[in-house]
Design a protein around this ligand. Structure first.
Ligand SMILES: CC(C)(COP(=O)(O)OP(=O)(O)OC[C@H]1O[C@@H](n2cnc3c(N)ncnc32)[C@H](O)[C@@H]1OP(=O)(O)O)[C@@H](O)C(=O)NCCC(=O)NCCS
Length: 367
């Protein structure tokens, strides 16, 4: 049987500061009812620590779940579009902190499709024999790039990290097929301009260009088409029919995108995993966090056919078909936690609200 890459460990790190729809009503003109109806989101979690801290804890939890020592890893990859620094990579910092002394490390940016792109890369490394044990993390601190007075964007996103360990299998389990694609011509529909080299040194201090720019409706349409077509291709490439699919774990962008895309695919909601209500859209972290939650909820059994599918900035899209291996319960548990905080969301976002205030001078003061 061909050598494949299978997931043997999973873990997530959910930061502790809640930002509910009722909290958002205090920054901007919106309502819980509007947000739930249009997006399915009721709450998101924000991080008081850096992206790397979230990634590290998710990584340690995934390693304990797999029953591995960090020194047994050959490679650490972090998918992110909000790295703590551009150089060194988040992956290199995680590699050092967890003690993965024998591993190479790099970051990968395909925005919300990052974990799917990352899975294709690490699966290729394992299948080819270039690597034996690989840690793939999706980690984001998206709140950093949000204008919390902009109701069209800030309602959607949250922070978090999820991780998975991939190891070789020879019994048919693991990644069966991959579909990846991109349309760079539509890249302007989702922009984070504050973290690249474009512009003068003062560039990042201008609130008009700093935050995420986002064309919600355009993205919505591209996402529904992109996800359903890509997922259909990967199902076919894996030699499966839609009836063979036990669970779809989609990128958690918007409950309506997930509904429309999976309906087009012919998969009913009982076979789709959704946790967007509590976490919002966490970009590259959303699929690995959803995998963890699906395992914890007993939604994945040995031998299940699982589809991962995502759409994101770039624009990029991609899907993975895999057959879940024998591990559905963790080998061990990592007990560490993030450092405590007594900040609430209003305290955490105070500087953000002040920074963007000049763009909203016609609006009433908040909180
Ligand atoms: C952002 C999104 C929720 C907006 O929903 P929508 O149904 O497209 O809403 P529209 O942008 O058409 O806005 C409709 C109205 O609601 C208003 N509105 C927008 N955000 C609002 C909010 N948070 N609360 C209340 N009203 C809001 C708009 O101003 C507009 O009002 P108008 O008709 O008076 O101009 C939706 O487009 C979306 O989810 N897009 C994709 C998001 C995504 O996940 N992207 C990342 C993919 S990786």
């Amino acid at each position: 049987m061909a050598r494949r890459a299978t997931i043997t460990g999973w873990g997530k790190c959910v930061p502790p500061i809640s930002l509910s729809n009722a909290d958002l009503e205090r920054f901007m003109e919106t309502s819980d009812e509007w947000i739930v109806e249009r997006t399915g989101i009721r709450n998101r979690q924000l991080s008081h620590v850096e992206n790397t801290d979230l990634a590290e804890l998710a990584a340690l939890r995934a390693l304990a779940c797999a029953g591995l020592e960090a020194s047994e890893l050959d490679l650490v990859v972090v998918a992110t579009c909000t790295p703590e620094l551009l150089c060194p990579s988040v992956a290199a910092m995680v590699q050092d902190r967890i003690g993965a002394t024998n591993a190479a490390a790099f970051d990968l940016n395909a925005a919300c499709s990052g974990f799917v792109y990352g899975t294709s890369v690490v699966a290729g490394m394992v299948e080819s024999g270039f690597a034996e044990r690989v840690l793939l993390v999706g980690a984001e601190k998206l709140h950093y790039a949000m204008d919390y007075r902009d109701r069209g964007t800030a309602i959607l996103f949250g922070d978090g990290a999820g991780a998975a360990v991939f190891e070789p299998s020879s019994d048919g389990d693991g990644v069966l097929a991959v579909d990846l694609g991109a349309d760079g011509g539509k890249g302007g529909t989702m922009l984070i301009r504050s973290m690249g080299s474009r512009g003068e040194p003062s560039f990042t201090n201008d609130p008009a260009v700093f935050g995420l720019h986002f064309e919600g409706q355009a993205v919505f349409k591209i996402a529904v088409q992109g996800i359903s077509a890509s997922a259909a291709r990967v199902v076919e490439r894996a030699g499966l029919a839609t009836d063979d699919i036990d669970l779809v774990v989609p990128h958690q962008a918007n409950a309506r995108i997930i509904d429309s895309a999976t309906r087009r695919l012919g998969i009913d909601s009982s076979r789709v995993f959704v946790n967007i209500d509590n976490l919002g859209n966490t970009a590259a972290a959303s699929i690995p966090m959803a995998i963890s939650d699906a395992l914890d909820a007993g939604r994945v059994k040995a031998g299940d056919h699982v589809i991962l599918t995502a759409f994101g900035g770039g624009v990029t899209w991609g899907s993975i078909a895999l057959r879940w291996g024998s591990r559905t319960d963790p080998v061990g548990v990592h007990e560490g936690e993030l450092p405590d905080t007594d900040q609430n969301c209003f305290e955490l976002l105070r500087d953000n609200l002040d920074f963007y205030a000049p763009l909203h001078i016609d609006k009433p003061p908040v909180v």
